[in-house]
Design a protein around this ligand. Sequence first.
Ligand SMILES: Cc1cc2nc3c(=O)[nH]c(=O)nc-3n(C[C@H](O)[C@H](O)[C@H](O)COP(=O)(O)OP(=O)(O)OC[C@H]3O[C@@H](n4cnc5c(N)ncnc54)[C@H](O)[C@@H]3O)c2cc1C
Length: 465
Amino acid sequence: MTKENTIGRRRFLTAAGAAVAGAGAVSTLTRSASAQNVLTIRKQADIPYKPDVLVVGGGPAGIGAALGAAGKGANTLLIEHHAFFGGVAAWCLGMPINQMRPGSKSRSKVHELVLEKLRAYGDQAVRVGQHQLWCNVDYLKVAVLDALDQVGCKYLVHTRAIDAVVEGGRITGVVVATKRGPAVIRAKAVVDCTGDADVAYYAGAETMKELGSLSPITLCLNLTNVTREQVRKANIRDIARKAKKKYPLIPNGWGLGKVSNGHSFYINHAGTRDIGQFDATDPVQRTQAECQSRRQVLQMVQAMREFGGEELKDIELIGTGTQVGVRETRRVKGLYVLTEKDALSGQKFDDVIAWRSGFLDIGFVRFSKMKIHDVPYSAILPEKLDGLLMAGRCISATHVAASAGKSMGNCVATGHAAGLAAAMSVKKKCLPRELKVGQLQDALRADGVDLTRGGESQDRLDNKG
Ligand SMILES: Cc1cc2nc3c(=O)[nH]c(=O)nc-3n(C[C@H](O)[C@H](O)[C@H](O)COP(=O)(O)OP(=O)(O)OC[C@H]3O[C@@H](n4cnc5c(N)ncnc54)[C@H](O)[C@@H]3O)c2cc1C
């Protein structure tokens, strides 16, 4: 585990935020006395929204947080650096969104709102399993907009958090990059749903990252011109074995899954596992991972076409994800750090605000059963920084615990809780950490969350993730 250097940076961030917020059209931000380190901002964007709750990152966690906060009546803004919402759910191209309805039971009104909006587009948009949704991702992207509109949440895409404003130990705003230049968005509470804990890191909160054993990164792909019967007959392990010499980047095997109710297939696979370790928050390593993964996809398709016999010889690549799917980078060190033991034993906590179900799944490295376990409020609050909550992939957990229940339905659940907590703390004019957890639990129950499921075993799950 490494601790990234945040000390020198924090001073710069505070200066940067103050300078951008208070400056005219031209401002100069100086990191140090050295002339080489002068960063000049010539243009500055004006953001018309003045939110109380700012949610950064529009993946499963951010969607949950935005719907939770705006659904509670808070003036909420959701920002996302891509052109659409959905995060991994959108760029893994049809993969099951697991743990949305464990045991075919509603999980919360937030989870159900997303499902309701998807169902409104008919069978081609979504197929519902025992606990998972198989979506056509283009319907998902619009269904999320429909849900955000219904609860009155404002949103911006192509808006990336690049810095944070911290005053007196409290985050009071986020610096964003837009096509008009940088801007500061101030908020009374901020929810970090970036997956990579970007906001917490920029703000100087302590983060944890397992360099050397990070989970693999995977670029997912969609395929067509093949039938279910042909897929069933094909022996992918054998293809991979035969093709490995010619196509060295391919994994040792993979599976083709059906996209929603359509005729195409998606592949989620071991990705970079056998190619190398890549830290997706490092610009150079991230570039290597993206580029190697694009070559890998073409090699996989060629391997199927050349070594897949009659069944796969005509298979066609429809497309790949907008970017690689990143399973693990930084997590924020919280007041409590969830552990592998918590996941395996089905740990319960007095300050439960969500639970995680599914499997302990370090993508294609380790896969084992676990129990449904609680997520305490103390695991979505940074240890020291005020005004910030985190949700989804970057909550406070060890490397192994982060993989336990990382399914998207669980990320929606921690997002929902963080969004509600942010909204309630704004209303009560207190810091998120000062909020009475009993009141948050009551609000979650009112939103349909059953907080008593920690400790349940899960012998009847029909799909991993
Ligand atoms: C390859 C792969 C396969 C998986 N398979 C499954 C599966 O089959 N089923 C399942 O349920 N789960 C699966 N998972 C796990 C699940 O997808 C993730 O745990 C989940 O998506 C995490 O949700 P999140 O919202 O925390 O992060 P993400 O989904 O990563 O979303 C983060 C969002 O924040 C945005 N963002 C990031 N940084 C910034 C910034 N600085 N400013 C603004 N926006 C920013 C991103 O663009 C993104 O939209 C898989 C994950 C991967 C990578």
